[in-house]
Design a protein around this ligand. Structure first.
Ligand code: PLP
Length: 437
């Protein structure tokens, strides 16, 4: 067994922690084990993980039932490709339909990025086979994140993550997302949200409807700063999509599986997406798995005869039996323990306790839906000028020193990273919530 010193040395030498600049990666925390909401590093330090890893450990750490479910499946059938089928894939697809409260066909993959890539390919082929061969463009929103692969990155609305890898695949157009804390020129939030939805229709018209395949969005922008739309926004977007034969594609990679207090985030807004992409919370991060759920009607043209009518897409590991079995157990735990409702209640409780910070001169806005929480930091409440990224970095450092891991939003176009984010396990205890505050 290596000593901590040896592990740090080898980590510094061999492991590429690409999510952070080099200087911040020297002597990264090396995590050894975890339980509930708490992680322990190789030196025995314990920290409360206020971000559930990377927004994914929804049922908390240390759930040995999940390990057992995967191990049992690995012993009986560790792998088989979904060119045929296996039992866990069937049972999970069935269960996902219950959760989606609709009639969807499930395409499995391994990560959120892949699920979104799958959705883009499917949408283009659907239109080709459904009499609209020139529909290839996608509309998404600034500040959104949809993944690291080239297509998902093209859909992403965060320039700082994209510019080093350009040119990205063409055909992705961006619009603004409504933001309640920063509404321009005296409009109500509802008016501003509907204007933002209208921008989507205007963009479809400018681009010409016969070229637009889909609109992709998270129900709530997560990594871009916890931007919760007015309740009328998504319904309007849905109407616009229907009117122009544009697929409504909802990215539930973070919002899904109870994070916002419902099974899926879109269920707050009374809409029926054409495609729902999901990952992270589907297995609470215990194994890689993702899916694109496709409304049965979209599947129809793929039934036609002919060499090119089926979805010409291969994915070796997508829907791995052990990952599907584990996901089923994960969903069973969430149902048995009422974790979607708990997320909502715990989110409200956390918000109540955070009221202590409402009068803090640098806390401009606290917003949440379930256990998806953002604290927007400002230089002062009147000007709402975003606090500097270094201010937030300092707070994150102080939190860590005091045993709490918090997250932050991706930089805005003006370079600000000023939203502190929290997304702890949904079954977090009252004591741990108080600890966070
Ligand atoms: N979509 C959203 C909203 C995400 O937050 C992420 C990752 O954070 C992705 C897609 C990509 O998922 P993955 O990192 O599993 O590829």
């Amino acid at each position: 067994m290596s000593t901590p010193k040896e592990l740090y040395k080898k980590d510094n030498q061999y492991v590429w922690h690409h999510m952070k600049p080099y200087q911040k990666n020297q002597n990264a925390m090396v995590v050894q084990e975890a339980d509930g909401a708490w992680i322990t590093d190789i030196e025995g330090n314990q920290l409360l993980d206020g971000m559930s890893g990377l927004w994914c450990v929804n049922v908390g750490y240390g759930r040995t039932e999940l390990a057992d479910a995967a191990a049992e499946q690995l012993r009986t059938l560790p792998y088989y490709p979904l060119s045929n089928s296996h039992v866990p894939a069937i049972e999970l697809a069935d269960k996902l339909n219950d959760w989606l409260e609709g009639d969807y066909r499930i395409v499995y993959a391994n990560s959120g990025s892949e699920a979104n890539e799958t959705a883009f390919k499917l949408a283009r082929q659907y239109h080709k086979q459904n009499g609209s061969p020139h529909k290839y463009k996608f509309i998404s929103r600034y500040r959104s994140y949809h993944g690291s692969t080239l297509g998902a990155l093209a859909a992403t609305g965060q320039a700082q993550r994209k510019h080093l890898y350009e040119p990205l695949p063409p055909g992705f157009v961006h619009v603004h997302a409504p933001e309640e804390y920063r509404i321009p020129n005296g409009r109500t939030f509802e008016e501003w949200s509907l204007e933002c939805a209208q921008m989507i229709e205007d963009t479809i018209l400018w681009e010409r409807p016969e070229t637009v395949a889909g609109v992709i969005m998270e129900p709530i922008i997560t990594g871009g700063g916890i931007l919760i739309p007015h309740e009328s926004y998504l319904k309007k977007v849905e109407q616009i999509c229907r009117e122009h034969n544009v697929l409504l594609m909802i990215d539930e990679v973070i919002c899904g599986f109870g994070r916002t207090g419902k099974k899926f985030g879109f269920q707050h807004y009374n809409i029926t997406p054409d495609i729902v992409t999901m990952a992270k919370g589907i297995t609470s991060g215990y194994l890689p798995l993702s899916a694109a759920a496709v409304r049965q009607e979209i599947y129809e043209p793929f039934k036609e005869e002919g060499e090119d009518s089926h979805f010409r897409h291969v994915n070796t590991f997508g829907g791995n039996p052990a990952a599907c079995r584990l996901a089923l157990k994960n969903l069973e735990i969430m149902e048995e323990e009422g974790l979607c409702t708990k997320s909502q209640k715990n989110g409200d409780k956390l918000r109540e306790e955070l009221a202590k910070l409402d009068n803090h001169p640098n806390v401009g806005n606290i917003r949440h839906k379930g256990l998806l929480v953002g604290l927007e930091l400002v230089e002062d409440k009147d000007s709402k000028k975003p606090a500097s990224s270094s201010y937030l970095a300092k707070i994150m450092g102080e939190c860590k020193k005091n045993g709490l891991i918090v997250g932050k939003n991706a930089d805005t176009v003006s370079g600000y990273s000023n939203v502190l984010t929290l997304a702890p396990p949904l079954n977090i205890t009252d004591e741990d919530l108080t600890f966070i505050v």
